[in-house]
Design a protein around this ligand. Structure first.
Ligand SMILES: *[C@@H]1O[C@H](CO)[C@@H](O)[C@H](O)[C@H]1NC(C)=O
Ligand SMILES: *[C@@H]1O[C@H](CO)[C@@H](O)[C@H](O)[C@H]1NC(C)=O
Ligand SMILES: *[C@@H]1O[C@H](CO)[C@@H](O)[C@H](O)[C@H]1NC(C)=O
Ligand SMILES: *[C@@H]1O[C@H](CO)[C@@H](O)[C@H](O)[C@H]1NC(C)=O
Length: 615
């Protein structure tokens, strides 16, 4: 199982002071993950990027868009230029006048194409901040003539397709400005009529208010694909949640891109889902490519504002994005709250995400203090954190995962260094062998490459509590049902070359467990490196038969024992080594396996059949 763990700023050990954090998909999944994005525009925020020397410009674009490289952005949102000041400048309209149409102006077309070149799966999203005066016939409102405004916006989408071969996946209404329901419905209608059924409407790029209207107006609810809220502060409204529609933080972050900004962004990416069920988060802005002292300077995921010398800075938010975006794709699912999504006992959050084939799990954890992760919308300190150890408990489909890959980021403060997106040694997860009931010795699940197997771990006599088990230097595991009589048991085993046991056994009709395990009777087939021993006890004091067999430590072999009535058949590496009679008593007992002495031994591919099923 290919498993990835994207992880932020948290220490993990085997040791915990609280209940384990459970990741379990057995009761289903949470919402679909819709991607992490950056917003170019709102306005003119990528202005200087286009002027960079080709080499550095290409490197910067790789840090933003190239999959598994830097921020690996999954959505690019751009301003639909309207010839208006939209924060840090104006961006050109594709229609300065009603009779004008031009789809080459500005840099957003170029940027979208560069993003698509690097990641053909990136989603594109356009939103107007304002409109040329002729839209609305000089009334000052784009809702004065909703058909005209819809025509203007859909022409931009059409230009993207016809001139640039770009598919616009999402379109918004009017940035952070009151919406008009008639306009939203008209926009949907015009999109459909012109062949853009696949372009989905995100509304209203303001606060959650539209959710209230969507609850009252079924048609409005149907035409809006996702409710997009700006700066939700990780919370969605009760009305928005009641809708059952997709919820997005369609603009967020707005923070200088230092360590605090990176920490804010990391916190927001997790918490927008943990607290607000939002499945996409988009940063304003994509890149700080505008001059210092313009409003909100350095508030991009990274900074590139010196095109004359090619200097740029890959800032902390790039790596905060990477923890999620490098280990997910749009279309993955979150786990359910309480079963892989939630808050850590002493502050911080975690989210679990699963791919559509349900065979990859990504976990992103963050814990950081309020002071060091302040976001613009934070009014007061709403949380406390303290150092903590956490234990991950993988259940459901994940129960067999024995190893997770770890990436770590620490935003450095108070003299501590910053560490960005560092690959740590994999996290080994202790696993208890299923079904095997350990009576003597200690068995656990280990992994080599993709294969899991069970190893007996005890290498020397223990200090016992059970006096009667004293002195039995054999590891012993029972499984199945004590009434089993005619069965076959087989498995593969390997004696490690270092600290290995003197042999392994397979048994049927094993009679005892607990403190009297040492005196257990049954049919025992011991495979030692130079012989086999068939005995009617664990201690190997009542030997029925010995014979030749040979193997050397370090390689895998298989043994099988079949008992039926008063006969037994012993096989080693698929060859029968003995077939003959055994005593009628004991007539029934557990199946068992173990080692001939304390020492390491590996077990895999255990199979048990009732003999009636044997041919
Ligand atoms: C929305 O636009 C329509 C069409 O121009 C107009 O009739 C209506 O009054 C507007 N609604 C609001 C709430 O402004
Ligand atoms: C347009 O883009 C699609 C991928 O989105 C590609 O398959 C197709 O070849 C492109 N067409 C042209 C004319 O470049
Ligand atoms: C975490 O566990 C380690 C031992 O594994 C211990 O030294 C450390 O004090 C623990 N930290 C906390 C905060 O409990
Ligand atoms: C074998 O035991 C020795 C100590 O006796 C230990 O140093 C070594 O790591 C062990 N090897 C394995 C594979 O467990």
């Amino acid at each position: 199982m290919n498993t990835l763990l994207g992880m932020l700023a948290i220490l993990l050990t085997h040791w915990a002071d609280a209940d384990p954090i459970v990741f379990d998909d057995s009761t289903g999944y949470g919402r679909q993950f819709d991607g992490i994005g950056g917003l170019s525009g709102g306005g003119a925020t990528s202005k200087l990027l286009v002027n960079y020397p080709e080499k550095q410009r290409s490197e910067i674009l790789d840090f933003l868009f190239k999959p598994n490289f830097g921020a690996s952005l999954q959505i690019l949102k751009v301003e639909i230029g309207g010839d208006i000041q939209s924060t840090d400048g104006t961006e050109a309209s594709h229609m300065h006048y009603p009779w004008d149409e031009n789809y080459e102006r500005g840099y957003e077309w170029w940027l979208m194409k560069e993003a698509k070149k690097r990641n053909p799966d990136i989603k594109l999203y356009g939103l107007p901040w304002g409109f040329p005066g002729w839209v609305g016939e000089g009334s000052g409102s784009p809702y004065h003539n909703v058909a005209q405004t819809a025509d203007y916006v859909v022409r931009w989408i059409n230009g993207a397709s016809k001139v640039h071969n770009l598919t616009i996946d999402y379109v918004g209404i009017w940035n952070e400005t009151p919406y008009n329901i008639t306009y939203i419905k008209t926009l949907r209608k015009v999109l459909n009529e012109r062949g853009y059924k696949h372009t989905q409407i995100i509304a209203s790029d303001n606060k959650w208010k539209i959710a209230e209207d969507m609850l009252k107006d079924k048609q409005l609810k149907d035409v809006v694909y996702a409710v997009g809220c700006h700066y939700p502060g990780t919370q969605s409204s009760p009305e928005a949640r009641k809708l059952g529609k997709t919820l997005w933080s369609s603009e967020d972050y707005c923070q200088k891109n230092d360590e605090t900004g990176g920490a804010c962004w990391a916190r927001v990416l997790n918490r927008n889902y943990v607290h607000g069920y939002m499945t996409s988060t988009i940063a304003w802005d994509l890149i700080a490519s505008y001059y210092t002292h313009l409003p909100g300077w350095d508030m991009g995921l990274m900074t590139a504002k010196e095109p004359w010398n090619g200097h740029y800075v890959v800032s902390p938010p790039i790596w905060a994005s990477a923890h999620t975006s490098q280990f997910t794709e749009i279309g993955w699912s979150y786990l359910q709250h309480g079963r892989g999504v939630g808050t850590l006992p002493k502050g911080g959050t975690y989210v679990g995400l699963v791919n559509p084939d349900r065979n990859q799990l990504t976990v992103v954890m963050e814990t950081m203090t309020f002071e060091h992760s302040k976001c613009v919308w934070d009014q007061k300190a709403p949380f406390q954190v303290a150092p903590q150890n956490v234990t991950l408990s993988l259940q459901g489909k994940w129960k067999d995962i024995g190893k997770m890959n770890v990436w770590f980021t620490q935003m450095g403060f108070d003299g501590k260094p910053s560490i960005f997106f560092e690959k740590k040694p994999p996290l080994k997860l202790y696993q208890e062998p299923y079904y095997l009931s350990q009576q003597i010795g200690s068995f656990e699940v280990l992994h080599e490459d993709e294969n899991g197997y069970v190893r007996q771990m005890v290498t020397q006599m223990t200090i016992p509590w059970c006096k009667k088990a004293d002195g039995v230097q054999k590891a012993y595991n029972v499984f199945g049902d004590i009434t089993w009589s005619d069965i076959s048991v087989q498995f593969d085993f390997r004696v490690p070359t270092e600290n290995g046991t003197s042999g392994v056994f397979v048994a049927a009709r094993a009679t005892q467990g607990g403190c009297v395990s040492g005196s257990t009777a049954g049919i025992f087939f011991f495979a030692l490196p130079d012989q086999f021993v068939l005995s009617t006890d664990l201690r190997r004091q009542h030997v029925l038969k010995t014979g030749s067999l040979s193997y050397t430590p370090g390689s895998w072999h298989s043994i099988a024992l079949l008992v039926k009535g008063n006969t037994a058949r012993l096989s080693f590496d698929q060859t029968t080594v003995y077939s003959g009679t055994v005593p009628a008593s004991p007539a029934a007992g557990w199946a068992a396996l173990g080692t001939d002495s304390f020492g390491l031994a590996d077990f895999d591919n255990l199979q048990i059949n009732s003999v009636a099923m044997e041919t």
